[in-house]
Write a protein that binds this ligand. Structure first.
Ligand SMILES: [Fe+2]
Length: 133
């Protein structure tokens, strides 16, 4: 079963962003555990929707901070958010097409989807915000 454990290497050194990321990681871990445990389709779908909605909300939170603190690389970061939402929406479509079943590959994909977001653009944004906040 895939599980992400929070550790210092995932911190972007900005508490309000780290809090969001911890919440997203908790939801991912719950989802992975529920799929492994064979929980009901309704429960798993609700968790998947919660993960997607909370991610969307988190992206808006980051975009608000980027505007507030005049982050120069906002366009690139926002493009990445749009791509991440497109790719998770594609996964959601596939999930419905395949009878609401999440495969091990889907879970692995979501894990990479989440950690690459945190370790890529967010680290750079974190370094910037830490300086200016
Ligand atoms: Fe983020």
């Amino acid at each position: 079963m895939r599980n992400i454990s929070w550790n210092k290497s995932l911190s972007v050194e900005v508490d309000e962003i780290d809090d969001d990321h911890r919440k997203l990681i908790d939801l991912f871990n719950m989802l992975s555990q529920s799929v492994a445990a064979g929980d009901s389709d309704d429960f798993i779908e609700t968790l998947l929707e919660e993960l997607i909605s909370c991610t969307q909300c988190h992206f808006k939170h980051e975009e608000r901070l980027m505007l507030l603190y005049k982050y120069r690389d906002m366009a690139g970061h926002k493009d990445e958010h749009d791509e991440l939402m497109n790719s998770v929406n594609a996964l959601r479509r596939k999930y419905h097409e395949q009878d609401r079943k999440l495969s091990d590959e889907d879970i692995e994909y979501l894990e990479t989807w989440l950690t690459e977001h945190i370790l890529g653009h967010d680290m750079r944004l974190g370094f910037y915000l830490e300086e200016v906040m």
